[in-house]
Design a protein around this ligand. Structure first.
Ligand code: ADP
Ligand code: MG
Length: 321
C-alpha cells in the first residue's frame, strides 16, 4: 500500500447466501480525501461500507485501511475509524453530553481525557450550546451533528458515512460537511443518493449491481459524456430516434419515452429539430451532463435517484421475519 493511501481495496466481493452484492470492486482512497460512492438502491454501497467498518466479515478480495489489513488487523482499524450510518445511533432519551460521555466510556476514556474529548467534539460539531439538551428535542440536522460529534470522540483518521445526509435539509447538510471538512487530514468515505452532494467529492465511484461503473474526479466523469445533453420527450421515441439519425447523422438513443443526443454541439440542433419535429415533441431539454448522464452512458440504464429509506425499512422487516 502506498503511504498516501488511506484505503486500498482490490477485487472485493460479497454475497448474502446466493445473492451477490459486490462483484469485484477495486479502488484506492488518498489520505485526507473525500471519496463518494454513488449508485442506485441495491448497488452494494451499504454492503461495502459494512465490510469496511468490519460489521460484515470479508469474503473475497483484499482491503487495507490506514496501513492495516482488514482481515487480520480489524481491531486496530476499528480504533481509528468513525462510522455514521443512516439509521440513528444516538440515544434520544439522553442529552447531547450524556451521549458523548457514553461514547467516550466505550472508548475506555475517563477523567480529564474524557472531558477534553467531549469539549473537542462539541466544539467541532458546533454543539457546545446544546450540550444539556435532550437529543429528542433536537432537529434532524442537529441530531446528525450529535452523531458526527460522537464519531469524532475517537479522533478518527477516517470516517464512513453511509447515507449520513439523507433526510437532512440542504442547510443542515452543508453544516454537516463544514464540520467534517474542518477536521485536519480526515479521510471521508461516503455514500449518497444526492448528485449535488456527490459532485462535491474529491473522487467518485459509480456502482451498479455490485460492480464499478465509473470512477474519477466528478468533473472528469461529467466531461466524458460530452459537452451537452439534449433530451427530447415524445410519445413516439423509437420512430423519432430513426428520423433524427437520418436527418442529422447524430447518435440519438432511446431511453424510456425520451430521445437523447449527447455531444459538443447538440445545442446547434435545437432550432432545426423544433422546425422539423416540433409538433411531435412534448418537451425538449438541453443540459450539461450530470452524474446521472455518466451512469446512463456507462450502463445504458437510467439512474433513478430515490430516497433509500423505504427500501431500508423493507429490508429490516424482511430480516426480522
Ligand atoms: P445499497 O446500499 O447500494 O442500496 P446494499 O448493499 O444494501 O445496496 O444491497 C446490495 C444487494 O444486497 C441488494 O441486492 C440487496 O437486496 C442485498 N442485501 C443487502 N443486505 C442484505 C441482507 N442482509 N440479506 C440479503 N441480501 C441483502
Ligand atoms: Mg444502502
Amino acid at each position: 500500500m502506498s503511504e498516501t493511501h488511506a484505503v486500498t481495496a482490490a477485487d472485493v466481493a460479497f454475497a448474502y447466501g446466493e445473492r451477490a452484492a459486490l462483484r469485484g470492486v477495486s479502488f484506492a482512497v488518498e489520505a485526507g480525501a473525500s471519496f463518494g460512492f454513488v449508485g442506485p438502491n441495491g448497488s452494494g454501497k451499504s454492503t461495502l461500507f459494512k465490510l469496511l467498518s468490519t460489521i460484515l466479515p470479508q469474503q473475497a478480495g483484499s482491503i487495507t485501511m490506514l496501513g492495516h489489513d482488514l482481515l487480520r488487523e480489524s481491531a486496530a482499524i476499528r480504533r481509528r475509524i468513525g462510522v455514521v450510518f443512516q439509521s440513528p445511533a444516538v440515544d434520544k432519551n439522553l442529552t447531547v453530553l450524556e451521549n458523548l460521555r457514553y461514547a467516550g466510556l466505550l472508548l475506555n476514556l475517563g477523567g480529564k481525557e474524557l472531558k477534553m474529548r467531549i469539549d473537542e467534539a462539541l466544539a467541532a460539531a458546533v454543539l457546545t450550546d446544546r450540550r444539556a439538551d435532550p437529543v429528542a428535542e433536537l432537529s434532524g440536522g442537529l441530531r446528525r451533528r450529535v452523531e458526527i460529534a460522537k464519531c469524532l470522540m475517537a479522533r478518527p483518521d477516517l470516517v464512513l458515512l453511509d447515507e449520513a445526509s439523507t433526510g437532512l435539509d440542504p442547510a443542515a447538510r452543508r453544516e454537516m460537511w463544514k464540520v467534517l471538512r474542518a477536521q485536519d487530514n480526515l479521510t471521508i468515505l461516503f455514500t449518497t443518493h444526492l448528485m449535488e452532494e456527490a459532485a462535491e467529492a474529491d473522487r467518485l465511484m459509480l456502482l451498479d449491481e455490485g460492480q464499478v461503473v465509473a470512477s474519477g474526479r466528478p468533473g472528469e466523469l461529467m466531461e466524458e459524456v460530452g459537452g451537452q445533453v439534449l433530451e427530447i420527450e415524445t410519445v413516439e421515441a423509437a420512430a423519432l430516434v430513426a428520423e433524427l439519425r437520418d436527418a442529422f447523422q447524430v447518435d440519438a438513443v432511446q431511453v424510456d419515452q425520451t430521445v437523447r443526443i449527447e455531444g459538443e454541439t447538440v445545442q446547434e440542433l435545437v432550432p432545426e429539430v423544433m422546425k422539423r419535429f416540433g409538433d411531435r415533441i412534448r418537451r425538449l431539454h438541453l443540459a450539461h451532463p450530470s452524474l446521472e448522464d455518466v451512469f446512463l452512458h456507462r450502463t445504458g440504464k437510467r439512474f433513478v435517484v430515490q430516497d433509500p429509506e423505504p427500501d431500508l425499512k423493507k429490508k429490516k422487516k424482511r430480516r426480522r421475519s
